[in-house]
Design a protein around this ligand. Structure first.
Ligand SMILES: *Cc1c(COP(=O)(O)O)cnc(C)c1O
Length: 495
């Protein structure tokens, strides 16, 4: 079966319509105004109507009239279509964000999640939601099998929240053994959330330098390990896309001092069907379901970041957990639970999409997706003119923009009609362009991506610094956008 998100199998047979894919670098995003800046009026600027309000609420809590947008259906449909045309998403074109992995989200999972029976109120009785509990139970088991873990909680709402949960579970395990430990070791190439999760869980973070080849430096690790080591956090393949070949030895070293090995699941894509963190010696891990199992990226939420653990750690998992009972399924509180890390049982409809995706692909489909992810990254890397200092890599590679500014390259790639890669991280590669095409892209799209990289490489610095020119919005002030977000259109009135 062709996986619903797999690259077209008749890739080269359907060339007639797409022969120019690789040349399609002249791109213009929609701009719905005559002026320099794109501007699509708010619905309330198009037309409004005063509407009388009748409400059972007390008078002092209601208004007599409300001003509401009053537009025809075509105006409404065009408004949202225009907004979407001024944006770039994974449905518009390739989105090769390394590590952050923007996967194509198969539409059938949306249908599954939209099923009326899927949205059940979390306070409903266990008896009346047996179907939901059965699916949750099966998903726990699927993820446990995929990761080589013994138990899985579905509660954490993101990968980062999963890390925090996993480290809290590790801490509870050590404390239950009367073992007070103060340190968590994190490689310098790790994602920022690893450092943050360990610190939030109350640990001192020990940063581990990388070896010359970009992998864990065993001597440095040996020096960092001690009776104070609660855990070592690793992702494998690491953020350079390199497989940690010494993983079994690393696990032995950590376990010898009584520490636990934590697996950051962001790169599980490279391993699906051919390697399991549990078999490598990892004790606790999170799954980024939006990176590996094609659920929508949360954008801060709602997402999901399930956590798997080996049997010794299972009693500490969050409350509630689902298990099989004599006559169906039940929720229960694990014996030594760390408590709750999110309301109820996590973001169920996201988890349902994960379940649908894994069930549809099956073992064969997941293994195939992983193989294609690795093949695509390697194919693209061969065609990109930028230098790639570390390898051999798996599902992603980190190129260096060299003397160019990686952020400028990224802006310029938008002009060429593709989304840019992750930039300036990991810092071990200067001006990093961290690239992950994913399994869903076909050969012609990869050629288009390579052409965009190479066109940017040939551009002069002034052109790069002036980009993007062909997008709806020009260069925005990213720092202010993050630090002083204006989340309501009323904010515009305050100026
Ligand atoms: C994305 C990512 C995380 C954090 O996961 P979220 O689901 O985005 O919170 C952690 N580690 C690595 C390596 C990542 O790429």
């Amino acid at each position: 079966m062709t996986p619903p998100n797999g690259a077209d199998s008749a890739d080269d047979a359907d060339g007639a319509n797409d022969a120019d894919d690789a040349d399609r670098l002249a791109y213009d995003q929609a701009r719905w105004s005559a002026g320099e800046e794109a501007y699509e009026p708010l619905l309330s600027e198009k037309n409004t109507e005063r509407v009388a309000v009748e409400s059972p609420l007390p008078d002092d809590l209601t208004r007599e009239e409300l001003t509401l947008p009053a537009v025809s259906e075509p105006t409404l449909a065009r408004h949202y279509t225009r907004l979407s045309e001024m944006n770039y998403g994974v449905d518009s074109g390739p989105f090769p964000l390394g590590s952050c992995t923007m996967k194509y989200n198969p539409k059938f999972t949306e249908d599954v999640a939209a099923h009326p029976e899927a949205s059940v109120h979390p306070d409903r009785s266990t008896r009346s939601v047996q179907g939901v509990l059965a699916l949750r139970y099966r998903l726990q088991a699927q993820l446990a099998t995929i990761g080589g873990m013994d138990a899985v909680t579905l509660q954490p709402p993101a990968g980062a929240a999963g890390e925090f949960t996993g480290i809290l579970v590790a801490r509870a395990f050590h404390e239950a053994n009367g073992d007070e430990r103060s340190e968590v070791i994190v490689p310098e190439s790790a994602h920022g959330t690893n450092f943050a999760s360990a610190a939030m869980a109350g640990y001192d973070v020990v940063e581990l330098p990388s070896a010359e080849d970009g992998r864990v430096d065993l001597e440095a690790l040996d020096a960092a390990l001690s009776e104070e080591t609660a855990a070592l956090m690793l992702t494998n393949p690491n953020t350079l896309g390199l497989f940690e070949r010494d993983i079994v030895e690393i696990a032995g070293m950590v376990h010898d001092v009584g520490g636990l090995l934590y697996y950051d699941g962001a790169n599980l894509n490279a391993l699906l069907g051919r390697g399991r963190p549990g078999d490598m010696g990892f004790d606790v891990m999170h799954y980024n379901v939006h990176k590996t199992f094609a659920t929508p990226h949360g954008g801060g939420g709602p997402g999901a970041g399930p956590v798997g653990v080996v049997a010794d750690l299972a009693p500490f998992l969050p409350d509630p957990h689902v298990r099989q009972a004599e006559d169906g399924y039940e929720r229960y509180t694990p014996d030594q639970t760390i408590g709750k890390v999110h309301g109820y049982e996590g973001n169920w409809l996201v988890l349902l999409k994960t379940y649908a995706y894994i069930s549809r692909l099956g073992e064969e489909g997941l293994t195939d997706a992983s193989a294609k992810a690795v093949l695509n990254a390697n194919y693209l890397a061969e065609r990109v003119d930028y230098e790639i200092p570390f390898g051999p890599f798996h599902h992603e590679f980190v190129a260096s923009a060299g003397k160019q500014d990686a952020a400028d390259v990224a802006k310029r790639m938008l002009d060429y009609g593709v989304h840019p890669p992750t930039t300036k991280w990991p810092e071990i590669v200067s001006e990093a362009l961290m690239t992950e095409p994913t399994e869903a892209e076909r050969k012609r799209t990869l050629d288009q991506l390579a052409a965009a990289f190479n066109a940017a490489r040939a551009d002069d610095d002034d052109t790069l610094a002036d980009a993007p020119n062909r997008t709806a919005a020009r260069r925005i002030d990213q720092a202010s956008a993050a630090r002083n977000p204006r989340l309501s259109w009323h904010a515009l009135d305050d100026e």
